[in-house]
Design a protein around this ligand. Structure first.
Ligand code: F3S
Length: 282
């Protein structure tokens, strides 16, 4: 069957870098740990667990573990955790995405200069928790208009406003406009990463062209779910799968073109397996 895979399907630059650093670490003969799951993909995490990688969720746990190498994932961590990790005496590879690292530097510097820090994003997302953790003093997370209502800044306060890298650009702009309407003294740093937008635009175009779409991603991954919604709106025959097994036997339609896209945490080998199946075996 004729099929087309989105050029930007799957890992973004930061995810790719984190996984490559883990692959490199596995070549060394020492215990390997990731601080939190390397990516939001159970299959990938499980495959690394089988290869000896241990996921550690709490810094205190390292006290009881054999010395080895810790990989900090692309979401990054706050300063306290970073310093705690350094103090373990373990070898550290910091795979924080450089785009996230840039936000850490902005937040650290501007908070030291006395600015109020506002992070636009989901307060429970590890990237946002990490960003907040680089502020000297408090940082405030805003996800919707009501969160702005709760801020009691003086109009004279200078506010540095940054965003979670994957936050929706339009929603970000709406929130910035609310700050402006309320005459807050804000300095807006646009720290949204384009990887998500580019992947979504590509999926949108591909799903208009294809008569069957396959979206590959972890069910828990919100960016994969979003890709599914975009594709489903254009193409009724859209399948949301995690692995090749999920699509076998379900493609019982005649199609001119099957489009394939994948969320940011979907490993390349799964995309290739699905592509090969659609092209050759189906
Ligand atoms: Fe980095 Fe953007 Fe991916 S910030 S981790 S390249 S989504």
């Amino acid at each position: 069957m004729n099929c087309k895979v989105g050029e930007h399907a799957g890992f973004c630059f930061g995810a790719n870098r984190a996984v490559e650093s883990l692959e490199d670490a596995l070549k060394e003969n020492k215990p390997i740990y990731t601080f939190g799951p390397i990516l939001n993909n159970d299959i990938l995490v499980e495959s690394y667990r089988k290869r000896g990688v241990t996921v550690v969720e709490d810094v205190e746990e390292f006290d009881k573990l054999e010395k080895g190498k810790i990989i900090i994932r692309s979401h990054g961590v706050g300063r306290d955790i970073y310093e705690h990790l350094l103090a373990t005496g373990f070898e550290i590879f910091d795979a924080t995405c450089p785009f996230v690292k840039r936000i850490h530097r902005i937040v650290e510097k501007q908070s030291q200069l006395g600015d109020k820090i506002v992070v636009v994003g989901n307060p429970n997302h590890p990237e946002v928790m990490g960003i907040v953790g680089w502020a000297d003093g408090d940082a405030y997370v805003v996800e919707k208009e009501e969160d702005i209502d709760k801020l009691n800044f003086e109009k004279s306060n200078k506010i540095t406003l940054v965003s979670q890298t994957t936050f929706n650009r339009n929603k970000f702009q709406e929130l910035v406009e609310i700050f402006e309407k309320r005459s807050y003294n804000i300095d807006v740093m646009n720290t949204i990463c384009d990887a998500t937008r580019v992947r979504q635009e590509e999926a949108d175009a591909l799903s208009k062209e294809a008569d069957v779409m396959i979206v590959i991603g972890d069910k828990k991954s919100s960016n994969s779910r979003k890709l599914y919604d975009i594709c489903k709106a254009n193409c009724d025959q859209t399948f949301f799968i995690q692995t090749l097994e999920d699509i076998k036997g379900r493609l019982n339609v005649v199609s001119n073109l099957v489009g394939i896209t994948a969320g940011a945490s979907t490993p390349k080998y799964i995309i290739e397996e699905v592509q090969k199946y659609v092209r050759n075996d189906f």
